[in-house]
Write a protein that binds this ligand. Structure first.
Ligand code: URA
Length: 219
């Protein structure tokens, strides 16, 4: 696993991360979603540096310009519902990408401290030889990311795999490092130390899905 933790270098990204964590700023759902989207744009920009670029010419009104462009066939896959603003941020930059969506949620049987990941909905194009970008804003245990990757396997073998997360816990980073193919890249905006007994990242930010879209009904 190639781990790219972007908060190791100071940049405007740190402002966006501190705003999504801040309980005062969190009152504004639109700002929360927009900040996640902006973080997706930054992570996408950074990961684009690993793409294969080829030279090309464009015609301007005044002449011919020699430039480069990437030729990766990208599939963006997000985990519903918290992944939607991060997906939008990545799609703002990779506007010709194909898209996949999956619903993966934590099913607590009897014990609130243990859960299994249930995958229910999946829509995905062919992945053979493509650049797969898997987006999940909170990399807590890493189990949803792995369950998603396993569910995508019938759709073909991607050429490259990029995992994109906003905040991760060290456990989650270690888990995906041990479970994903070695050539996988992880692009992450911050890594926190721990998880609480309900599997939430501490200090983290709370529930990214609720902060984006409102609280869900508890069964
Ligand atoms: N999902 C969230 O939304 N937050 C966490 O801290 C962990 C998983």
């Amino acid at each position: 696993m190639y781990i790219h933790n972007l908060s190791k270098q100071n940049s405007v990204l740190n402002r966006f991360i501190s705003e999504i964590r801040d309980t005062n700023v969190q009152q504004d759902n639109m700002r929360f979603r927009r900040n996640i989207e902006r973080i997706g744009e930054i992570l996408g920009y950074e990961l684009s540096k690993t793409f294969g670029f080829v030279s090309k010419h464009v015609t301007t009104p005044l002449g011919i310009c020699e430039t480069t462009d990437f030729n990766n066939d990208i599939v963006l896959c997000s985990i519903l519902r918290a992944g939607v603003p991060l997906h939008n941020g990545l799609l703002n930059y990779f506007d010709t990408a194909e898209n996949a969506f999956i619903s993966a949620y934590r099913h607590h049987k009897d014990n609130p401290e243990s859960f299994e990941i249930v995958v229910e909905y999946l829509a995905c194009p062919d992945l053979s030889n493509k650049t797969l970008i898997l987006a999940d804003p909170m990399l807590a245990t890493g189990q949803s990311m792995l369950a998603t990757f396993k569910a995508l396997q019938p759709f073909g073998n991607p050429k490259e795999i990029h995992l994109v997360s906003v905040i991760g816990a060290k456990n989650g980073v270690d888990y995906v490092t041990s479970e994903f193919p070695k050539h996988t890249h992880l692009w992450i905006a911050a890594v926190d130390k721990e998880l609480n007994n309900k599997g939430y990242i501490v200090p983290g930010l709370g529930d990214a899905g609720d902060l984006s879209f409102g609280e869900k009904l508890q069964k």
